[in-house]
Design a protein around this ligand. Structure first.
Ligand code: PRP
Ligand code: URA
Length: 209
């Protein structure tokens, strides 16, 4: 079963609180998406494997740790995931980046795929799929289906806000994928929006609508 981690760090809770306020400006909202993504990523990378390497300090030879293997790949779900990826790249500047384009059909709430471009060696990397919102779960499930179809298996999913309905559907669909959630909200409304939520993440990041 997926490991579900809900963040309890005061900085994350404080920043998500500001994001929920409807008068928070586009610029501040965008900055907060990056900052909170960075903080969640700090927790999500806690168990990455390390390897010993020999180095020389100015004084002597010694052994230090480095992240083992082929390192990481961040996969934002377009559009809103892009700003989470930017934040995470501040922390892990050498990560590769893949993109999955999906939008929710507003009537059926089903995800519609329009783009998928991944680094050629993604199958060897630890993959962090990022999207601010896990609402019905349809978009995140579809994005991870796309990755798995391409032979990718080491996948983690990071979001800022999730609805219980989406978490349930996601963990049933992808029990092998761990989830890191900034805040777990109450429920979905009849239009598939998270309550209390923060509204439409893409519109708030880009100032559309
Ligand atoms: C939002 C959000 C997720 C999706 C979540 O994207 O960023 O991708 O909805 O909803 P779900 O869990 O019910 O699938 P949206 O479809 O609005 O596209 P956008 O990022 O292009 O605005
Ligand atoms: N997508 C969003 O951007 N917000 C929601 O509350 C649900 C889906």
């Amino acid at each position: 079963m997926s490991k579900v981690t809900i963040m309890d760090h005061p900085l994350i809770q404080h920043k998500i609180g500001i994001m929920r306020v409807k008068t928070t400006s586009t610029k501040e909202f965008r900055d907060l998406v990056s900052e909170v993504a960075m903080l969640i990523c700090y927790e999500a990378t806690r168990e990455l494997p390390l390897a010993d390497i020999e180095i020389e300090t100015p004084l002597m030879k010694t052994t230090v740790k480095e992240i083992a293997g082929k390192k990481l790949c961040i996969v934002p779900i377009l559009r809103a995931g892009l700003h989470m990826a930017d934040g995470i790249l501040n922390l892990i500047p050498n990560a590769k980046v893949g993109h999955v384009g999906l939008y929710r059909n507003e009537e059926t709430l089903e995800p519609v795929e329009y783009f998928c471009k991944l680094p050629a060696d993604s199958g060897d990397r630890e993959i962090f799929v990022v999207d601010p919102m896990l609402a019905t779960g349809g978009s995140a499930i579809a994005a991870i289906n796309l990755l798995k179809k391409r032979g990718i298996s080491k996948i983690h999913f990071l979001c800022l806000i999730a609805a219980p309905e989406g978490v349930k559907k996601f963990t049933e669909a992808h029990p092998d994928v761990d989830i890191f959630i900034g805040a777990l909200d109450e429920r979905l409304n009849d239009k598939g929006y998270i309550l209390p939520g923060l509204g439409d993440a893409g519109d708030r990041i880009y100032g559309t609508k």
